[in-house]
Ligand binder design. Structure first.
Ligand code: SF4
Length: 85
């Protein structure tokens, strides 16, 4: 099922603002806990959070923070509908 969300929302994301380090949206190789805290705080105030989350789910995106949720947290949306491999 596709909700046909336009991808134009990306330009309005809080994460594309000047000075935002894109690396905060992805798990670091050292495996430290709470790596996603800064990213989630930014997503919380993002005007396109809903579109971002829908897109990540539609794409089966398993890595990084999208729409305020990390890959593990997005798994709940794939129940009975496995994400793409
Ligand atoms: S919800 Fe988060 S990851 Fe998505 S566009 Fe906004 S700031 Fe970026």
């Amino acid at each position: 099922m596709s909700l046909n969300v336009s991808r134009e929302w990306k330009r309005d994301g809080a994460c594309v603002s000047p000075g935002v380090d894109p690396d905060i949206f992805f798990a670091p190789p050292d495996g430290r806990k709470n790596w996603d805290k800064a990213a989630k705080l930014l997503c919380r105030v993002c005007p396109v959070k809903k579109d971002c989350l829908i897109t990540a789910i539609e794409d089966g995106e398993m890595h990084g923070v999208w729409g305020g949720l990390n890959g593990s947290e997005r798994l709940q949306f794939y129940v009975g509908n496995a994400p793409p491999q």
